[in-house]
Design a protein around this ligand. Structure first.
Ligand code: FES
Length: 102
């Protein structure tokens, strides 16, 4: 099922926007005009990735500088070793939606 996470206007260009929906933390990104959504907490610790840095298509964790590839969630740099969950995304009007499995 598709659920609305936020407005596309909430997501800054080449940066990250945190959304908490039903207690789950997500990060939404707009990179070169394309939208992406990942989980919002680092898989290495309990750091909020929205407080990290977006470098091209990489998000760097603010706590220990672990890195993840935003489009795929794969680990791009230690100490993170578990991939970040990513979500299928679509835009409906101004709504940024992700697909959640029932
Ligand atoms: S908590 Fe993110 S790299 Fe350690």
């Amino acid at each position: 099922m598709w659920v609305t996470l936020c407005s596309i206007d909430d997501v800054p260009d080449e940066d990250v926007h945190e959304v908490v929906r039903e207690g789950h933390v997500y990060c939404a990104y707009r990179l070169s005009g394309s939208h992406y959504v990942t989980d919002g907490l680092c898989t290495h610790g309990v750091a909020r990735l929205c407080e990290g840095f977006v470098l091209d298509d990489i998000i760097e964790c603010p706590m220990h500088n672990g890195r993840f590839h935003i489009p795929t969630g794969r680990v791009d740099g230690p100490p993170a070793c578990e991939a970040l969950r990513t979500y299928a995304v679509r835009v409906e009007g101004k709504a940024l939606q992700i697909r959640l499995e029932p």
